[in-house]
Structures are given as structure tokens and as C-alpha cells.
Ligand binder design. Structure first.
Ligand SMILES: Cc1ncc(COP(=O)(O)O)c(C=O)c1O
Ligand SMILES: [Zn+2]
Length: 432
């Protein structure tokens, strides 16, 4: 698949989990599987890495420097002749622009035992709860990690002259989101001075929309149209924009494979304190998929518990269909339209960032659950609320209900976790 030059790099290319198509890492602007069509959209590229186990290669607070040779964007740049010094300099210069817009550049975030919370939940001193605190990451959540790798790939492609546009004729970046992903996208787009179109639902929070506008994003409100098929109308409008030439700047792997690259930093960082269990909240699924995939690049997986709410649990349903169908997990990707269907009536939850009606990155998540002997968890709304109260009472992290939803999953099955076990959580976003 890769030529001699590429073989020295960490990532050799992409492979589709559904149709097994492969793409060399040197190929620019590969966002989706080459066999993707509007009639056959169920494809999902994954990164093919040859330099595992992944490890820190530079003692630096910025994960995009600390792990640089392991990234797909870095292998892409290397394959096109950019030197290591050029690649480091690019990260540093984008990070400085991000810091000017966001007030902070990218950071390896803390992953520490939460003593008071562990005691409150009855854990002994050898067990307990370890929290990865993403509330101080760029734009207040983990989402910017996914988009930084997307941006770096685009900037490299532009620099080496393989884009059909130039810096002065850039097409819009596009994303469908009304929350943290949109804010991360708008922050990075402003840093790169790249135009961005954001597709938001009519229910989007006025303060988030105002912040997006202040960052210079173009905002399109997307009510459901009579003619819309099932699924999120914002995603439909986003796909139309991409079909019209906009660049996918999405945090959904099947739409924008480059977002998977930077998302892995979470798992790489978590691996320093390998817990017995990982409870991870699931919306579109990129967070769980990247974290679990990256942990698996370093050692045995903790038991993965993918947490959704009663209001919207398409992953738990897909999991059941995947294991019960003919051939089980192994054949699930090929049975995509049977397993993963949009949740028909999305209800209310305070954890509104995980109400995606489809878990777009479901294949990576169910594979992680399966290989770790974990399970999906459906948290009740009282558990979502209680988890956030507990987080506020027993930690000093200003976490949102979406951000603390993993803790709600732990509350839901606390009785089957031993007091001596170590539980990992990701407090993924700040309260707005
Ligand atoms: C704070 C926070 N945590 C978790 C998630 C879920 O991530 P994913 O959609 O990748 O599953 C989101 C998504 O919006 C989020 O904003
Ligand atoms: Zn494919």
C-alpha cells in the first residue's frame, strides 16, 4: 500500500471498516471512504498505524508536539517532504494563533484521582475514580483535539500545493453542531482565518450562537423540512454544503476521517494511568471511538462502558442488534443499516451534547466494548442530574451535564463495580 518514503512514517494509510478499501496516507483531502456514495453512505475509514505502541516522543505540554510522529497528518506531511522541523514549526505557529483566539493553546490535560468523589462513592484507597479534565482544553472541551488534526492536514495540503484552492480562494469549512464541536470549529477557523459555515438546530442556545458569530462563523439554522429523510436536519444541510464544495470540518469519523487523528490524543494521555473501567459518554461516538482505539494502541483495554441517556440510546440498540444478528459483531459493519438506525423520538436530557440520533462512529465503539468485555449503559435522567451534582460537590471542575455523563453511567451500575477497582472518566466539557 505505502511506498518506501511513507513506510518510515507512523501512519501508513486508511482502511474502511465496512468495505476494506485502503487509501495511502500520501493521498490528500481523503475525508471519506473512496466507495462512499450518497446511495451507499455507510463506510468508515480507520487509521492504519505501523509504529505501535504509541509513546511520548517529546517532553512538551502540547500533545500535538509530544506525540507528533504518530499522527496521520504528520505522516501525510512527511510523505510530501516536509521536514521534522517544518512539522514542529507548523504546530507551534497554529497553536500560537489558537492561543490568541482561545486564550489557551493545546495542552495535555490532567488525569488524576478524585479523592473526595471516590470516597463519596464508597471506593477504597486502592480503587477509585480518575478524571480526565478537558474543561480547560482549547474552547472548553475535547472537541478541538479532533479538529486540530483536520486543520493541520488542510494547512499541509495547502502548503504543498495539492489543493484545488489557494489561501485566498479557500472554500468554507462546514460543520453541523450547536455545541462544543461548533465552538471548537469556530475557534480553530478563526485562528486559521478560514471561513466556516455552522449548521445549527432551531433549538441552539442563543449564547452559543452569539459566540459563534463573534468568532466569525456563518450560521445556518436548520428546521426539519417536509422532504427530509430520517436523521438530523443539520447533518442533511451540512452534507448538501459539502456536496457543493465546502470542506468537511465535522467531528464524525465517517464524514471527516481526519478528525479521528487528533481525537486519539485523549486515549494516549489516559494510558499513563490505566484504569480497570472506562465510562465514556457517547453522542456521535467519535470521542469513545478515538479514546478506545488509542488506548488499544498502547496496551490491554479497560472495560469500556459506553454511556447514553434514556432520551436517546441508538448505540445500545445497535449493540444488541449487532450481537444478536447472524455472524454477531464480526458481520455488524456489513449490517450497518440493520444495526444503526436513527433514534426515532429523541427526548429531553440535561446532557444535551449526547443526544445525537445516530452514533455515527458506532463500529469503533462496539468493537471496543466487545474486545474489552464491556457493555453499553443507559443512564436515567436522575443519574445524569445526580452525577453533575456529585461532580460539583466533590471536585472543583466546572463540568457540564454532558461532560459528567460518564459518571452517570457509573452510578447506573455502581453495584457491579468493586470498591477496589479503578474507574476512568472524561469530564469532557465545561458548563456554559
Ligand atoms: C462535552 C461533550 N462530551 C461528549 C460529547 C460526545 O462526543 P461524541 O459526539 O464524539 O460522542 C460531546 C459532543 O458534543 C460533548 O460536547
Ligand atoms: Zn468503504
Amino acid at each position: 500500500m505505502a511506498d518506501a518514503g511513507v513506510a518510515q512514517s507512523g501512519v501508513v494509510g486508511w482502511r474502511c471498516a465496512v468495505c476494506a478499501a485502503t487509501v495511502d496516507i500520501a493521498e490528500p483531502l481523503v475525508f471519506r471512504c473512496p466507495n462512499w456514495t450518497t446511495e451507499d453512505p455507510h463506510h468508515a475509514l480507520r487509521i492504519v498505524q505501523h509504529d505501535e505502541p504509541v509513546r511520548i516522543v517529546a517532553d512538551d505540554p502540547n500533545p500535538f508536539i509530544a506525540y507528533r510522529p504518530h499522527f496521520a497528518w504528520d505522516s501525510f506531511a512527511s510523505a510530501h517532504g516536509l521536514s521534522e522541523a517544518d512539522r514542529d514549526a507548523l504546530v507551534r505557529s497554529v497553536d500560537a494563533d489558537v492561543a490568541r483566539v482561545a486564550g489557551t493553546g493545546f495542552v495535555v490535560t490532567p488525569f488524576e484521582r478524585a479523592g473526595a468523589l471516590s470516597t463519596a462513592l464508597g471506593f477504597t484507597v486502592d480503587g477509585g475514580i480518575w478524571i480526565k479534565d478537558e474543561t480547560h482544553q482549547v474552547a472548553g472541551s475535547h472537541k478541538a483535539r479532533h479538529l486540530m488534526s483536520s486543520l493541520l492536514h488542510l494547512l499541509v495540503a495547502e502548503r504543498i500545493g495539492v489543493t484545488p484552492w489557494s489561501t485566498s480562494t479557500r472554500p468554507n469549512l462546514a460543520i453541523a453542531s450547536c455545541g462544543n464541536a461548533a465552538l471548537a470549529a469556530a475557534t480553530l477557523a478563526a485562528a486559521a482565518r478560514w471561513p466556516l459555515e455552522v449548521f445549527v438546530p432551531p433549538s441552539a442556545s442563543a449564547s452559543v450562537v452569539a459566540r459563534l458569530a463573534a468568532l466569525g462563523a456563518q450560521i445556518t439554522t436548520c428546521p426539519r423540512l417536509e422532504s427530509d429523510p430520517p436523521g438530523d436536519p443539520c447533518v442533511h444541510r451540512y452534507r448538501e454544503a459539502v456536496a457543493g464544495g465546502a470542506i468537511p470540518f465535522s467531528v464524525q469519523g465517517p464524514e471527516n476521517a481526519w478528525c479521528l487523528d487528533g481525537g486519539r490524543t485523549l486515549g494516549w494521555e489516559l494510558s499513563a494511568q490505566r484504569p480497570d473501567h472506562l465510562f465514556v459518554q457517547v453522542g456521535g461516538g467519535a470521542l469513545a471511538r478515538c479514546t478506545v482505539g488509542a488506548l488499544a494502541q498502547i496496551g490491554p483495554l479497560p472495560k469500556v462502558h459506553a454511556v447514553q441517556t434514556e432520551a436517546c440510546a441508538p448505540l445500545a440498540r445497535a449493540w444488541k442488534r449487532a450481537i444478536q444478528g447472524e455472524g454477531g459483531i464480526a458481520t455488524a459493519p456489513a449490517r450497518w443499516s440493520e444495526c444503526m438506525t436513527p433514534w426515532e423520538h429523541v427526548g429531553y436530557s440535561a446532557a444535551d451534547g449526547i443526544l445525537d440520533d445516530e452514533t455515527y462512529d458506532w463500529i469503533g465503539v462496539i468493537n471496543g466494548i466487545h474486545s474489552s468485555h464491556g457493555a453499553p449503559v443507559i443512564a436515567k435522567e436522575v443519574e445524569i442530574l445526580r452525577a453533575n451534582e456529585l461532580a460539583r460537590e466533590h471536585t472543583d471542575i466546572d463540568v457540564s451535564h454532558t461532560g459528567s455523563a460518564g459518571l452517570a453511567g457509573l452510578l447506573a451500575i455502581r453495584d457491579v463495580i468493586s470498591n477496589h477497582e479503578r474507574v476512568g472518566l472524561i469530564f469532557s466539557g465545561i458548563q456554559r
